[in-house]
Design a protein around this ligand. Structure first.
Ligand code: ITT
Length: 205
């Protein structure tokens, strides 16, 4: 049985909406505004997702008296892009590859510059989701979208590294695909489907 609600360890309402549409049948709500997220000090996507999920769960536990002892399911995600010829960079530093206040365009330009004319363009988007049940059981789901880095940006849609990422089996960048198409194949979609499968297969409360 799958839970009716999951709290997403993120203040980002758009992200909650996106996971809400991927996790069919589950209402995904952003964490309460008064909650805080920890520093992402982990050395992998999985560690960072777990840090966020457990930090938010712990805030529910310490507010349990106010919340009638109710601890909801909590999930967190962390994602980014790994480029083979750059030894997996930018990886967990994807959002700030070109610096703390880097824009998507800055990050894309830095990646293209670092890769230069390298003929090995292999790359992948990775998403790790960690979900923690009310009783403290942890689930982990990994979603990967394999592909390659284009020579230059193409397309208008999406965000981040989408304009330079061509998924395996495609000749277009993710920015040239419709949102529906991206949502069928993305690393976040794959990690979400994996989580749903685990929830369906296991018990929930
Ligand atoms: P939080 O506030 O929840 O931490 P974020 O913007 O840091 O969200 P993620 O951790 O999901 O987002 O992703 C980190 C970076 O990886 C993101 O800023 C992009 O540069 C890149 N990225 C992740 N998913 C992507 C996608 O679907 N398309 C393009 N770039 C993506």
């Amino acid at each position: 049985m799958i839970p009716k609600f999951i709290t997403l360890a993120s203040a980002n309402a758009n992200k909650a909406r996106e996971f809400g549409s991927l996790l069919a049948g589950i209402r995904v709500e952003p964490m309460p505004e008064s909650f805080n997220l920890p520093e992402e000090t982990g050395s992998s996507f999985y560690e960072n997702a777990r840090l966020k999920a457990l930090a938010v769960r712990n805030q529910y536990i310490s507010h349990a008296s106010v919340l009638d002892g109710h601890i909801p399911w909590v999930m967190a995600d962390d994602s980014g892009i790994e480029v083979a010829a750059l030894a997996g960079a930018p990886g967990i530093f994807s959002a700030r590859y070109a610096g703390e206040n880097a824009t998507d365009v800055d990050n894309v330009n830095k990646l293209l510059a670092e890769l230069g004319e390298d003929t090995n363009r292999q790359a992948r988007f990775v998403c790790e989701i960690v979900a923690v049940s009310p009783g403290g059981e942890e689930l982990r789901s990994t979603g990967i979208l394999e592909g390659r880095i284009a020579r230059e940006p193409h397309g208008e849609f999406g965000f981040g590294y989408d304009p330079i990422f061509i998924p395996e089996g495609y000749e277009l960048t993710v920015s040239e695909l419709s949102a529906d198409e991206k949502n069928r194949i993305s690393h976040r979609a794959r990690a979400s489907f994996g989580l749903l499968e685990q929830l369906r297969g296991g018990k929930s409360s």
